[in-house]
Design a protein around this ligand. Structure first.
Ligand code: SD4
Length: 332
């Protein structure tokens, strides 16, 4: 059912274009978006505190008139290269068997997309994902196939886990054994970077990259490399990305859901909130179930929402560079 606000908006559009007979709702919604002026001021947003440095790099592309797809790739590469970051790229935490397996995806304004998952020992998974998008007929490559493709494309090998992380993993393993515990996923390390950008032409793109949950089962893949779950871009409507418990985000096709809610007329913030509420409604037990969405619409409005407090995102525009706390449903 159309919301009151949408009717109002549609009414204005109808008047502006001098309609003599009512159009179908779908037609009107499309016209209402088509009639919006294209934003010409670039903007970039990304998840968590590491988003500030990533945004700064993306901004160099955007302020020089570069494309949103170049901006998001360059931006998240900063986080992937950060040796102190324990949940993205080279410094990421391993799975329970000691393997750092990386997931990433990228999507542009033409709905082209590329993804890699369960990729081990290769630098910059986001760029491998872009190469999948641009140089293959496929969308997603995983595991050894993704690794072989990356090597064929000239990507660098990396040795993971890095020594500090390896030490941490060994201690964790010993502790699990001593306590005779089943390995548990560590919910404290969850700082995937998802980035969304709009360039000076009003085009949108997004990128998402992670080492996933620390101490996950070997072979586990989360939402971050899955188009529609960890990231989704529709240049006519907006873009969204996710961070948090990938399994819950996949269950509702989270980022796609947020974009579709924006298509129905919801603001980015309301769309993120409704997606979070959908996740909440599908789980009896919300213990440790943090999920967060970040979104931008075609006019450059941004919004976010998370299940629990604590999620924040970095925002960069011409005159603004700051962290923003996300609204949330529950306190920890
Ligand atoms: C995953 N969504 O692998 C990722 C982890 C994450 O913030 O985003 N943590 O499930």
């Amino acid at each position: 059912m159309l919301k009151r606000r949408t009717f109002f908006k549609l009414g204005l559009v109808g008047t502006a274009i001098g309609l003599t007979k009512p159009l179908e709702a779908g037609e009107l919604i499309k016209q209402s978006f088509d009639s919006e002026p294209k934003r010409s001021t670039p903007i970039v947003i990304s998840t968590w505190n590491h988003g500030l440095a990533a945004n700064a790099e993306a901004w160099k592309v955007l302020e020089n008139g570069g494309s949103a797809i170049d901006a998001v790739e360059k931006g998240v590469r900063v986080t992937e290269a950060d040796l102190t970051n324990r949940s993205v790229g080279i410094g990421g935490m391993p799975d329970r068997d000691g393997h750092v397996t990386l997931d990433a995806c990228i999507m542009d304004d033409k709905s082209r997309c590329g993804s890699v998952a369960f990729l081990e020992g290769i630098d910059h998974p986001i760029s491998v994902a872009r190469a999948v998008m641009e140089k293959t007929q496929h969308v997603m490559l995983v595991g050894e196939g993704a690794r072989q493709f990356a090597l064929d494309q000239g990507f660098q090998k990396i040795k993971t886990p890095i020594p500090e992380v390896n030490k941490q993993w060994k201690e964790w393993k010993k502790e699990q054994k001593e306590l005779n515990k089943r390995p548990e996923i560590n919910h404290e390390n969850h700082d995937t970077i998802g980035m969304l950008a709009m360039d000076a032409h009003g085009n949108l793109s997004g990128a998402c990259t992670t080492s996933g949950w620390a101490y996950k089962m070997h072979g586990r893949v989360g939402d971050s490399p899955i188009i529609g779950a960890g990231l989704f871009v529709d240049n006519e409507i907006g873009a969204a990305c996710a961070t948090g418990l990938g399994e819950a985000i996949i269950r509702i096709a989270g980022s796609h859901t947020v974009v579709e809610l924006m298509r129905q007329g919801y603001s980015p913030m309301d769309a993120c909130r409704l997606a979070v509420e959908r996740i909440i409604s599908k789980h009896d037990d919300l213990t440790n179930l943090q999920c967060c969405f970040l979104a931008i619409d075609k006019n450059g409005n941004v919004g976010a929402h998370s299940v629990y407090n604590g999620f924040n995102y970095a925002l960069k525009m011409v005159s603004t560079e700051k962290m923003v706390d996300s609204p949330f449903n529950r306190n920890w």
